[in-house]
Design a protein around this ligand. Structure first.
Ligand SMILES: [Zn+2]
Length: 233
């Protein structure tokens, strides 16, 4: 094969390697936990913590209710137990009983309020757990896809790199040196086709003498403008 054709074949392999590497980088960046997943997980933790706090304060209110209830019972026992007969004392006990019943009522209302809050919080927690499950399921599927893409790309890259070694082995050192230099300088494209007398790297019309030399394919001919190696197929 003529040198320009060999270099063009090498360029095709290198371009494919560039694409595969860029795709692999994108895939690798997406591997791991997503923001959506960590947000869904911390929402569940927050709601669970809030529920725990509500349960704790509900227990406090329950104790207060028990306490108030036993106060009422104690005063009523005195009031109706028959041991106190003094009307003034009885009237006082009656006032106490009423006041304590009022307190008990307020505590019981508070407890009821709490129970409603706990129920609401349980609903919110359940919804957050359902969402987390859904996000996790989707995330697992996506990660499995990404991992198989990664494996496929790595296999493809290994094959391309083998191909590259074989292809580069056909090309002499000076030409390879120029190729590497141009690939570095010209955004990875060192060899370009000539179509309708134009360099496909920079689109200028090439002088006839350059075209003729490029057509023979046995010389390394570079574009007069962008310096890329010209390949006439
Ligand atoms: Zn050019």
């Amino acid at each position: 094969m003529a040198i320009a054709a060999e270099l063009y074949a090498l360029q095709e392999i290198d371009s494919a390697i560039d694409v595969a590497r860029a795709t692999l980088a994108v895939v690798e960046e997406q591997l791991g936990e997503t923001e959506e997943l960590t947000a869904a997980r911390s929402a569940v933790e927050e709601h669970r913590e809030a529920l725990r706090a509500l349960h704790d304060s509900q227990r406090d209110v329950e104790w207060q209710v028990d306490d108030a209830r036993s106060h009422v019972a104690a005063v009523e026992k005195k009031l109706y137990g028959g041991t106190v007969r003094n009307p003034k004392e009885l009237a006082g006990l009656n006032d106490d009983a009423n006041m304590l019943k009022g307190q008990l009522q307020r505590r019981e209302d508070e407890l009821l309020n709490h129970m409603v809050k706990v129920e609401d919080q349980e609903t919110v927690l359940r919804q957050a757990e359902v969402l987390l499950k859904e996000v996790e399921g989707r995330w697992r599927g996506e990660q499995a896809d990404l991992l198989s893409q990664k494996e496929r790309l790595e296999a493809e890259l290994a094959e391309l790199e083998n191909g590259r070694r074989a292809q580069a082995g056909h090309i002499e050192g000076h030409a390879l040196g120029l190729y590497d230099l141009l690939r570095d300088r010209r955004q990875g494209k060192a060899v370009v086709k000539v179509e309708r007398g134009m360099c496909q790297g920079c689109r200028i019309s090439l002088p006839m003498s350059v075209l003729q030399r490029a057509r023979s394919g046995f010389d390394l001919v570079q574009c007069v403008s962008c310096e890329r190696i010209l390949y006439v197929s």
